[in-house]
Design a protein around this ligand. Structure first.
Ligand SMILES: C[S@@+](CC[C@H](N)C(=O)[O-])C[C@H]1O[C@@H](n2cnc3c(N)ncnc32)[C@H](O)[C@@H]1O
Length: 195
């Protein structure tokens, strides 16, 4: 397997059925929209089936492009979330030259090995216009683990320490607007690209 997207291909139907509504996200997605102000163009990194996040953003009038490495989840998104533009590829390597007002990532970064996290933050910065808004999620401490709790599919999970994300965000020209725990062992970050 080249990436976890290929593992999601194997459970795409079940995952999309399970992940069709908000758990704790609503407050943070609404905050993201508020911070975007007049900004309309959003990149959803690891968008999955487009539900529940891209579909909600689109309903609020935003233009969303989703990038994901699961062909099967993108095929479901084509039907369930037809207004989301799609890019298929590994978020660590795919060339995206467009600039966005907002970049959102929810529960995707944690599938990338720890050594990729710093570079992903600089990629988030690269995809944003100046004053653009980033919202992303991480663990609340450093870990590397794998389990098959997701529909029996073995998946890997990683996080750095919050202090590392803070450091990398600052290095990439971000000002942190929020870092909050929305549920056990999980942090939501909102940051503005100021440099
Ligand atoms: C837990 S799901 C989250 C999906 C969506 N963000 C949500 O909140 O429901 C993780 C997603 O990340 C995608 N993914 C994992 N590794 C990836 C990679 N290296 N490149 C692109 N997408 C990846 C998977 O295909 C899957 O859609």
């Amino acid at each position: 397997m080249k990436n976890e997207g290929e593992r999601y291909d194997l459970i795409a139907k079940g995952f999309a059925e399970m992940r069709d509504s908000f758990a704790t996200e609503q407050k943070y997605i609404d905050l993201f929209i508020r911070h975007l102000g007049d900004g309309r163009k959003v990149l959803d990194v690891g968008c999955g089936s487009g539900f529940p996040i891209a579909s909600y953003l689109i309903k609020q009038g935003l233009q969303v492009t989703g990038v994901d490495a699961s062909k099967e989840l993108l095929a479901i998104a084509k039907v369930k979330c037809p207004d989301m533009q799609q890019i298929y590829g590994d978020v660590r390597h795919i060339a995206i030259n467009e600039k966005y007002d907002g970049v959102i990532e929810w529960w995707c970064l944690f599938h990338l090995p720890k050594e990729d996290h710093q570079r992903m933050i600089s990629r988030f910065a690269h995809w944003l216009k100046l004053d653009g808004i980033l919202e992303f999620t991480t663990g609340d401490r450093e870990y590397a683990a794998s389990d098959s709790n997701m529909l029996g599919q073995e998946l890997s999970f990683y996080s750095l320490n919050p202090a590392d994300y803070e450091k990398y965000l600052k290095k990439s020209g971000f000002k942190i607007l929020l870092c909050e725990s929305d549920q056990e062992q999980h942090l939501v970050w909102i940051a503005k690209k100021i440099l």
